[in-house]
Unconditional design. Structure first.
Length: 463
């Protein structure tokens, strides 16, 4: 089995291609939008580049307690400002460079890249349709579908790319929105609300739920919401947007209760839709869920023999790291290499707000459901020596462990760079370390990781 055709060049697709090439397969990637997919071109890489600029603005604005004065006694905002056109030019330039790097890597590994829209013609053939309408076909011993997802559009709030935008279009703005209405308080909405608030926009966050980030740890979400409000953001809880209408100089969002919110721009961040239309999936025997995602098992197999799927199109866990792992697992499985099925308990994730929220393994809700089987501890970041030196007050470290064995089964970190701090906890969860083993590992003093070791010490159970 040597011929592998991959439809879609996002993390699930290009990582799968690299593994398949390493294992000696003849690999073709059919991609229509640019290698790296939405992750590299319009989502993860661009948004985190924008957020990097926002972090600098936050540091400037919050440095007063450290004795830093920017332009004298006045606050940072109003003295430190941002050129959004330059920021977005850098965002798109870095995204394009990353895409080019991926293409160069694939070509160096002998992978053929075809710029076209791919669709299945049965489970063993892929048809590639170019922009000019010409077609070519590729027979395959195995096919991987990694076509990703796109922003969901709410009827009555259709984006125009200028005043009403999606997370794919926001990087085309040349002027910082005076007042940005963000509809949706999930990860995407919270990240952009946090970033634009730091950049200097007045932000209104419309949340249909009681709190922001309803899918995250409740304690972490509460910290973030408190920070949002303290920094001047207006959070409208239990408010569902019914429509968004462009006006002469801005936009008006109408809520389901009839009230309206006026702003200069509106960002719609209300979820994603899998790109499964026109791919020939059902005709090739690939079963979809009721919401349109491809059904896969833990080694990425679909219901059609020889057809695998990876990434957002599966809806398993919409993270680039999971997409990449699904793609790698699929290729190792189909090409006969040793492989372990996907285990979502070992997946760490991060919300790139300020502060960041990182999680791994067991959640608080799961722990609450079995209190006799899980012990937990939460240490506020404000008690950490390094945090005091840096003027950090918001955040915490939380650990979950099994009583008796002391095995670490989960954790939450709310802090600046929580995406980095979660790694030692992820190692603990992935390697089934005990709290005593974590606590016995030296940490630098002073350091934020010291709170992780201290949490582990406090979960020690005497023999």
């Amino acid at each position: 089995m040597t011929r592998v055709v991959i439809v879609g060049g996002g993390p699930g697709g290009y990582e799968a291609a690299l593994v398949a090439a390493q294992l000696g397969a003849d690999v073709t990637v059919v991609d229509s939008d640019g290698l790296g997919g939405s992750c590299v071109l319009t989502d993860c890489v661009p948004s985190k580049t924008l957020i990097a600029t926002a972090e600098v603005m936050t540091l400037a604005a919050d440095s007063g307690d450290l004795g830093v004065r920017i332009g004298g006694e006045r606050p940072a905002h109003g003295i430190v400002d941002v050129d959004l056109a330059q920021v977005n030019e850098r965002v798109k330039r870095l995204a394009a460079a990353q895409s080019d790097d991926i293409q160069s890597r694939l070509e160096a590994e002998g992978v053929s890249v075809v710029r076209a829209r791919g669709s299945l013609d049965g489970p063993a053939r892929v048809v590639a349709t170019a922009d000019d309408g010409s077609t070519s076909s590729f027979d395959a011993d195995a096919v991987l579908v990694a076509t990703g997802a796109r922003p969901r559009v709410v009827p009555g709030a259709e984006p125009d790319g200028e005043r009403i935008v999606t997370w794919e279009q926001v990087y085309d703005l040349d002027v910082l929105p005076e007042k940005l209405i963000v509809v949706g308080s999930g990860v995407t909405g919270a990240e952009f609300a946090s970033a634009y608030n730091a950049l200097g926009s007045e932000v209104v966050l419309v949340s249909s739920r009681e709190h922001v980030l309803p899918g995250e740890d409740a304690d972490a979400a509460q910290v973030l919401e408190d920070v949002f409000r303290r920094r001047g953001m207006e959070v409208l809880s239990r408010s569902r947007a019914a429509s968004a209408t462009r006006t002469a100089d801005g936009v008006v969002v109408t809520l389901s209760d009839g009230t309206t919110v006026a702003g200069s721009h509106c960002l719609m961040a209300v979820g994603s839709i899998p790109n499964t239309e026109g791919v020939g999936l059902m005709e090739s025997g690939v079963r979809l869920t009721e919401s349109g995602y491809i059904e896969v098992d833990r080694v990425s197999r679909t219901s059609a023999r020889g057809v695998y799927a990876a990434g957002d199109v599966t809806g398993v866990f919409m993270l680039a790291s999971v997409a990449a792992m699904q793609g790698r697992i699929a290729m190792r499985h189909v090409l006969g290499d040793a492989v372990a099925p996907l285990d979502l308990r070992d997946v760490s994730s991060n919300v790139f707000t300020d502060p960041e929220i990182a999680t791994i393994g067991m959640s608080q809700n799961q722990a609450d459901a079995e209190p006799d089987l899980v012990h937990s501890i939460k240490l506020p970041l404000a008690t950490n020596a390094r945090a005091k030196m840096q003027g950090l007050q918001d955040g915490f470290v939380k650990l979950f462990a099994r009583p008796g064995t002391g095995i670490v089964v989960g954790g939450v970190v709310v802090a600046p760079r929580a995406s980095e701090l979660i790694y030692p906890i992820a190692l603990g969860v992935g390697q089934r370390l005990t709290v005593d083993e974590v606590a016995a590992t030296f940490t630098v003093y002073p350091s934020l990781t010291g709170s992780i070791a201290e949490a582990a010490r406090q979960l020690h159970t005497p023999d």
